[in-house]
Design a protein around this ligand. Structure first.
Ligand code: FRU
Length: 469
């Protein structure tokens, strides 16, 4: 679709769709969601001059994966956000079938977007260009065109540039599918963001001893944390195992050391970033105070998206809450960004045997739970969390089949921090050792009910809505 035409249709979709979307009881009170249409990956997450910018994959025209634009929000506190002009709209010859995911950097005091122009041909084939856009004085972005065509040896699936600055040069990681259908992460280098030199493959299927590990790796993100490198990636094509890799596609990380000269990355085993039902395509940025922050898409491509009840209200999907990353015992920890504590209302505390616990409102709430033994928690009759002393199990009925489905975490459970927001839960285990993120669709005024003979200590807050204007 032509750019101007898409823009006009988007205005119509927003005018006619916003009242309906706002009527949806499952719309989040404090998570980011699209005004109308479909949201997927976070893009271009950055803080510049004290202002956070979060862009996102957005189809303003419907709940299908088409017409991908970059929506744009900004915030000074990670809680209240303001809509900005749509940053990128597809339609140029190099991005005709979508302004796909990418990242933001600051060069010469201006925010630059690096994104994938996706181009599809009538015969079903496709190509991809890595493209640049530059902030203008109206708060919008001007496309500067492609800076990198498809590298030799790969299919048309090369995308999702994440760019960073290191020792006087720019580096880019790209997700790729090679001609043998192996997922890879490519490393490139540039002096000026315009001319890119291919350095090599730094990770992927059949590389660095990882074995057969999927046909495509999407949305890579590479950064240094406490002196080691973390490579986040989203492999597609992993076989489900008894207690892991249970989502349609995975999001996880590799920790190791990157040799920039050799373009070689020696890394440990792959770990999933989230043990819940909905989590994909996360992106990180370094805040000006030094924290490494992460936002993910609380959705998974092709995972029962057609059955989400919010579609009847003309919108689908939300972002996760912003999270702070740290490293302990060779593992990545995630905790809710400390700013979120500002959403807390009055604290209520309780201790006793789970069976005697009162019910707690969880429409928009935060709960800290210290378990003394086995227990079961029921979230508004739409999801349950069971701890049996060794296994933590999250259960809901599948949206398509109606049959129960489960996600698991195994370990020593000492503490839970659970964030509820209308149709989502984010369960932080042991202060960030693991997270389970999931959507669920309870009836009005859902309550948390606890069961079990063990003692529990609880602290509960209602969370106030955030502003999105
Ligand atoms: C991940 C992804 C990216 C792509 C974008 C398109 O969810 O498939 O690889 O750039 O979504 O919206």
């Amino acid at each position: 679709m032509e750019e101007q035409h898409l823009m006009k249709q988007a205005v119509r979709a927003l005018m006619s769709g916003i009242p309906k979307a706002l009527n949806d009881p499952h719309r989040p009170a404090w998570h980011l969601a699209p005004s109308v249409g479909l949201l997927n990956d976070p893009n271009g997450f950055i803080q510049h001059n004290g202002v956070y910018h979060l862009f996102y994959q957005w189809n303003p025209l419907g709940c299908e994966h088409r017409n991908k634009c970059w929506g744009h929000w900004q915030s000074t506190d990670l809680i209240n956000w303001q809509h900005q002009p749509i940053a990128l709209v597809p339609g140029a010859c190099y991005d005709s079938h979508g302004c796909y995911s990418g990242s933001a950097v600051v060069a010469d005091e201006k925010i630059m977007l690096v994104y994938t122009g996706n181009v599809k041909y009538p015969d079903g084939s496709r190509t991809a260009y890595q493209c640049l856009a530059q902030e203008n004085t109206q708060g919008g972005y001007d496309k500067l065109g492609p800076v990198l065509p498809l590298p030799a040896g790969y299919t048309g699936h090369v995308r999702d540039p994440k760019v960073w600055h290191h020792q006087n040069a720019w580096y880019m990681v790209l997700g790729a599918r090679d001609l043998q259908d192996r997922g890879k992460v490519l490393l490139l280098r540039s002096d000026d963001l315009r001319n890119w030199q291919f350095l090599g493959e730094i990770a992927g299927s059949e590389l660095n001893g990882i074995g057969d590990f999927g046909y495509m790796w999407e949305c890579p993100d590479l950064f240094t944390l406490d002196g080691v490198e973390v490579l986040i990636c989203c492999p597609q094509g992993l076989e489900a195992q008894a207690e892991r890799y249970l989502n349609v596609y995975q999001a996880g990380y590799l920790i190791g050391k990157l040799d920039y000269q050799q373009a070689a990355f020696k890394h440990d085993a792959f770990h999933e970033l989230d043990a819940g039902f909905e989590f994909y395509a996360p992106q990180t940025t370094q805040a000006e105070d030094g924290r490494r922050l992460l936002v993910g898409w609380m959705g998974v491509p092709e995972q029962d998206e057609d059955y989400h009840p919010t579609r009847q209200y003309g919108w689908i999907h939300i972002m996760t809450c912003p999270r702070e990353l740290s490293r302990h015992n060779g593992k990545l920890y995630q905790q809710p960004a400390r700013e979120l504590q500002q959403l807390r209302g009055e604290s209520r505390q309780w201790q006793g045997v789970a069976d005697n616990a009162p019910c707690w409102p969880i429409d928009s709430a935060e709960l800290l739970l210290t378990p003394g033994g086995k227990f079961n928690a029921n979230f508004g009759d739409a999801m349950t969390l069971d701890w049996d002393g060794g296994l933590l199990r999250l259960t809901r009925n599948n949206l398509r089949s109606g049959q129960p489905e489960h996600r698991y975490w195994r370990g020593n459970l000492a503490h839970l921090q659970i964030l509820f927001d209308r149709s989502s839960v984010e369960i932080f285990i042991n202060h960030g050792e693991a997270v389970m993120s999931a959507r669920y669709f309870p009836g009005p005024q859902p309550l948390l009910q606890l069961r079990g003979e063990a003692r529990l200590a609880l602290e509960h807050w209602s969370l106030t809505p955030c502003m999105l204007e």
